[in-house]
Design a protein around this ligand. Structure first.
Ligand code: SAH
Length: 347
């Protein structure tokens, strides 16, 4: 279902003409959307126009269904879409500003063995307008507005595979970067993919200076296939080639995510293989301590072993850090809050 934020200002102008309204209202409506306002909250729009809009569109494309604040200040949201589907979002506060982690799909069809978001498969893609409104709403909820922007950075690391929803996600990022929107530069956006190689090439040609992040999680195709079904479609060498291409075109270093799963990919031999695989590449490795998801049966190692793995990589000349744990007291990771809420079912 489309919502008003699926239209840009030109699109809104056309829409207004079809319902017999003056096109100057388009900018007003758009400005309200950027503030995260529902149609009924738009105080500068006449009631008669609001009524016409409500005949075609949901009042708010996204609502805050639930909000949890962690002892470390991390805020976790359950957002409710107009069709009652629920997606998660997280806001983490750093020295330089706030980073919002957003979901690009309801569920996911990538089937990674350790991930909670994919347990029930893909339900649907989020639209560009829903993605935009999620950011606007969170910005509003943090006390921000169009001038005083609270959300400075975005990571596309919530539920879903962003490149599997390419046609909504890329226009979303382009729209979000506009001065009349929240002006979030792609430089402040990290897009995480499980390695959809053809889409990685397509992305390279968009001219968006994003931070490209790839979920590697294993050093051989054989091992990767055991935890990531997508590894049967694209090999690690194809992924590395696409990353090199990204760097040669954009000049931007890329990041690999590596979630440490006890006894699966966190051994000394794995560290050694990772060093030889990535040696000389303009990349950084983000080590993630596994967030245990009961249904998967996979276990996390100790913090000590994560740092030992990091030290090995660093000693081997690979830049690597262990990702900070934030909001773990509020199920701050990887689809777990939504799953608890919907009881593991899709409804
Ligand atoms: N679909 C995107 C975004 C996924 S979420 C992708 O695959 O990159 C961001 C990161 O968290 C990915 O690296 C993902 O593999 C990882 N992840 C998912 N579930 C996890 C879990 N339970 N513990 C640790 N990392 C997890």
């Amino acid at each position: 279902m489309k919502n008003l934020f699926d239209y840009n200002i030109d699109g809104l102008q056309e829409l207004l003409l079809t319902i017999g309204e003056p096109k100057f209202r388009a900018k007003q409506i758009y400005a309200n959307l950027v503030l995260g306002k529902a149609i009924t909250e738009m105080t500068d729009i006449p009631n008669s126009l609001k009524q016409k809009l409500l005949e075609q569109f949901p009042d708010a494309p996204v609502k805050i269904h639930k909000k949890l604040t962690s002892t470390d200040g991390t805020v976790k949201y359950l957002f409710e879409l107009a069709d009652k589907n629920i997606v998660e979002g997280v806001i983490m506060t750093y020295k330089y500003g706030k980073t919002q982690c957003i979901s690009t799909q309801v569920g996911c069809r990538m089937g990674c063995k350790f991930c909670a978001s994919t347990l029930n498969g893909l339900i649907r893609n989020l639209t560009k307008g829903e993605l935009l409104f999620t950011v606007a709403l969170a910005n509003r909820d943090c006390g921000g507005n169009a001038k005083k922007r609270e959300i400075t950075n975005l990571v596309l690391m919530g539920s879903g595979e962003p490149l599997d929803n390419y046609d909504e996600v890329i226009p979303f990022l382009k729209e979000l970067a506009k001065p009349e929107n929240l002006n979030v530069s792609p430089r402040n956006v990290s897009l995480s993919t499980c390695g959809l190689v053809d889409k990685m090439y397509k992305l390279t040609n968009e001219g968006l200076p994003l931070n490209l992040t790839v979920s590697l999680h294993a050093t051989s195709d054989e091992k990767r296939k055991k935890i990531m079904p997508i590894a049967s479609a694209y090999s690690i060498s194809q992924i590395l080639e696409a990353c090199r291409h990204y760097f040669s075109v954009t000049g931007r270093r890329f990041i690999f995510e590596y979630s440490l799963v006890k006894g699966v990919n966190d051994g000394e031999a794995d560290a050694k293989e990772l060093i030889s695989l990535l040696k000389g590449l303009p990349c950084h490795v983000n080590l993630i301590r596994l967030n245990e998801v009961e249904e998967t049966g996979l276990k996390a190692g100790t913090n000590k072993s994560a740092y030992a793995f990091m030290n090995k990589l660093n000693e081997g000349g690979i830049s690597a850090t262990v990702r900070r744990l934030m909001g773990s007291d509020i199920e701050g990771a990887c689809g777990q809050l939504r799953n608890k809420y919907v009881g593991g079912s899709n409804n």
